[in-house]
Design a protein around this ligand. Sequence first.
Ligand code: ADP
Ligand code: MG
Length: 425
Amino acid sequence: MISETSKKKPKFRLHPTAILNSQRLRSSLMDTYDQKSVYKYIIGVILLGLSIGSLFYTDKLVEELEQREEREVQLYAEGLRYVVNSPFDENFNVVYQVIQDAVNFYQIPAIYVDENNQANPNLNIKFPKKVKPQERERIIAEKLAEMKLEHPPITVDIGKGRTGYIYYSNSFLLTQLRYYPFLQLSVMLLIGYLAYLAFSSARKAEQNRVWVGLAKETAHQLGTPLSSLMAWVEYFRSDPAIDPSIAEEIEKDVIRLEMITTRFSNIGSVPTLRQEPVAEIVSDFIHYLEKRVSSKVKFGVHNELAVEQTALINKNLFEWVIENICKNAVDAMGGIGEINVTLQAPPNTKEIWIDISDTGKGMTKANMNKIFNPGFSTKKRGWGLGLTLAKRIIENYHSGKLFVKSSEVGKGTTFRISLGANIIE
Ligand SMILES: Nc1ncnc2c1ncn2[C@@H]1O[C@H](COP(=O)(O)OP(=O)(O)O)[C@@H](O)[C@H]1O
Ligand SMILES: [Mg+2]
């Protein structure tokens, strides 16, 4: 039974500076998030600038090298012309060798096609070992076809009305250089991505430390006034002049405060999980809550679990999550409406789903993406921490999931807690 006194909760008014401070903290939390995305953009723009710069630079290099290679092939052509046209002398071979070496130096594949369409000689064409003559011809024909598409041939006028052509393609180096910027870009993106991951995980770890510190400190600080309050309760009890129901009510509130303190200190340490009957815990806690919120909110618990199932949970923290979600639901309904909690075990999964639905004002898609960010609140006096903590508790400590299953503006919202993998069948 709940006495009248506990139903009528005393109304606390926050001191104006407290409100101001809360708003200030909230907006500073929001600022951190906005700044984070600004940094992301700046880094993105720098990366893009570097990539474009490198692309242009390599493109210039490629162009230069291409011109140089063309010149080399022309030199080769010139050499051939010289060799063919010059009267035979003993320097013939030396000259030819020098020219050929120059082309070889750049590893430019080239094929000379004479006036009878004979493809010979060729330079820098790779053949497999022990190649048969037929195979060799086929490879040359193939290469020639490729070369014809790549560059216009260089004409070699060998005199007496005879003309030959040198076909050539880019050297291996040049081809590599062409693809290099893309390789570079991918490497840069990969490094950028890894850096971002490292950065954000470091930041998350930092945030976690702040949360843990805050929670532990709060719990610690509350300890002293709580034990003093407990002593006062005993004192009131021993005084016959004071109505004993007052002491009883104060004691209830002190016990509740102690529960909150335990929850806070639980956040810091790795909470102990036990196999608990989920349905029982949920329905017991909903009944507990029901008595503490406005009677205009109707609660319903629908247990659709076929058999009694247990999951590994920390009762205190888990109840806190349910409480946070239900309190938000009550806020969203303006204190009038229905909250339905449904427990299900979807077939073929080792999961338990706990859906908490309300008939409140719902939320927009844009807000849905932000509600788990610390500091996000649409309420005048909201801290925007409830769902952040709830998500942390479910996901980090219970290896479960907490998300908005559905929400429609003006109709209501359903949150889903999915406890996974810990269920004993
Ligand atoms: N059941 C709900 N229906 C509509 N909006 C909700 C609901 N639950 C949470 N929200 C939205 O998410 C925000 C963040 O919730 P929470 O983290 O608990 O912080 P707070 O309650 O302090 O605002 C709320 O301000 C509200 O806009
Ligand atoms: Mg809340």
